[in-house]
Design a protein around this ligand. Structure first.
Ligand code: PSU
Ligand code: MN
Length: 309
C-alpha cells in the first residue's frame, strides 16, 4: 500500500476562534493581504487591531487569516498580528498559491479569494474587507481579472466590502459578477459604491437595508441549493468620503506609472494601492481605514444574525 502523500493539514485556530467554534458564536473572517500588501506600517496594524476590536464590540469573534511558516492560521494572537504587519517579504497568496505556501512552509498573506477558501474550510460564513479585486481597466488587452471574482462564484462566504476601487473597470467588474451568478447587494443604497466614494454612478443590482435581511437572503440561497458567495457593498461613511472626481486624477497618474514601469500579474494591485497612498499623502489611507472599520461592523452584525437564525 502506498503511503498517503498529504500529511494532516497544518492548521491553527486562535484561542478565541477555537472557543467561538465550540460555543457556536458568530465569527467574522478578515484577510491579511490588506495588511502586508494593501497598507503601509504602522497604519496597517492600527487598522487590523481596530477592526478586530469593532467585531468584538458587536458580539462576534474576529478571525484574521494568514499562512505563517506553512501553517494556516484561522485567527491570529496579538503578537502574531503585529509580526505579520511588520513582515516585508510575505507572499501574496490567492487560490493559485495558498496550498503552495502551506506545502513549502512559507509565510503568505491571503487575498479575498484565499481568505474565502480558508474561511469556508473553517466553517466561517462572513468576511469583512476593504475592496475586492476585479476586472482591471484595459483587461481586454491585459486579461487581468482578479481570482476574487471566480472565488465569489464558487465559495459560499458573504464578503462585505466598500465596493470596487476605480483603479478597476467597475462596469466590467459588475458584468463578470452577474455572468458568474454572484449576487451584489448594496447596504442601504440603490447605487453601487466606489470604495473612497459613496457612488460609482452605477445602480446596484440588489439592495437591502438590514443585516438580518442579508442573513436571510443568504440562508434562502443555501436552502435552494445555490452555492457560491455573495458580495455585500457598504458605502464608505459620508464623513470619510473622497469625491470621485478628485480620486480620478490620482488613479490616472498611478495607472500611467504602472504602465511605464511594466508592472504585471499579482504586483499590479499592490503597486497601484501604494502609489495612490503616496500621491494623496496618506489621505486615502485614512479613508481606507474608516471604510474597513465600517465594513467590519456590518459584517459582525450579519454574522450575529446568521448565528441566531
Ligand atoms: N483592493 C483594495 N485593497 C486591497 C486589495 C484589493 O482596495 O488590499 C487586495 C485584496 O487582498 C484583494 C487583492 O483580494 O488585493 C486582489 O489582488 P489581485 O487584483 O491581484 O487579484
Ligand atoms: Mn490581477
Amino acid at each position: 500500500m502506498s503511503k498517503p502523500i498529504t500529511p494532516l493539514l497544518p492548521i491553527s485556530y486562535s484561542k478565541e476562534v477555537a472557543a467561538a467554534k465550540l460555543s457556536g458564536a458568530a465569527i467574522v473572517a478578515l484577510e491579511s493581504t490588506i495588511i502586508t500588501h494593501g497598507m503601509p506600517y504602522p497604519g496597517n496594524i492600527e487598522m487590523a487591531r481596530s477592526v478586530e476590536a469593532i467585531i468584538r464590540q458587536e458580539g462576534a469573534v474576529p478571525a484574521t487569516i494568514a499562512v505563517i511558516h506553512g501553517k494556516l492560521h484561522i485567527g491570529l494572537e496579538p503578537e502574531e498580528l503585529e509580526a505579520l504587519a511588520k513582515t516585508t517579504d510575505a507572499m501574496k497568496v490567492s487560490r493559485a498559491d495558498l496550498a503552495f505556501a502551506v506545502a513549502e512552509r512559507r509565510t503568505g498573506a491571503t487575498t479575498v479569494a484565499a481568505t474565502m477558501i480558508a474561511a469556508a474550510h473553517a466553517g466561517v460564513r462572513v468576511f469583512a474587507t476593504g475592496g475586492i479585486g476585479g476586472v482591471h481597466r484595459g483587461a481586454e488587452q491585459s486579461f487581468d481579472i482578479s481570482a476574487d471574482l471566480e472565488e465569489l462564484a464558487r465559495t459560499g462566504v458573504i464578503v462585505v466590502c466598500a465596493g470596487a476601487k476605480a483603479i478597476l473597470d467597475i462596469p466590467k467588474t459588475l458584468e463578470v459578477l452577474e455572468t458568474r451568478g454572484v449576487p451584489v447587494v448594496t447596504f442601504g443604497s440603490t447605487e453601487f459604491p466606489a470604495f473612497w466614494s459613496r457612488s460609482s454612478g452605477l445602480p446596484s443590482p440588489l439592495s437591502l437595508n438590514t443585516p438580518a435581511a442579508i442573513a436571510n437572503f443568504q440562508a434562502t440561497r443555501e436552502e435552494l441549493g445555490i452555492d457560491g458567495g455573495m458580495l455585500v457593498a457598504n458605502p464608505v461613511p459620508e464623513a470619510d468620503e473622497i469625491p470621485r472626481e478628485e480620486m480620478e486624477t490620482y488613479i490616472a497618474r498611478a495607472l500611467d506609472s504602472a504602465k511605464r514601469e511594466e508592472i504585471a500579474g499579482k504586483a499590479v494591485t499592490p503597486y497601484l494601492l501604494s502609489t495612490i497612498f503616496e500621491l494623496t499623502e496618506g489621505r486615502s489611507l485614512k479613508t481606507n481605514i474608516a471604510l474597513v472599520e465600517s465594513n467590519a461592523r456590518l459584517a459582525a452584525k450579519i454574522a450575529v444574525a446568521l448565528a441566531s437564525s
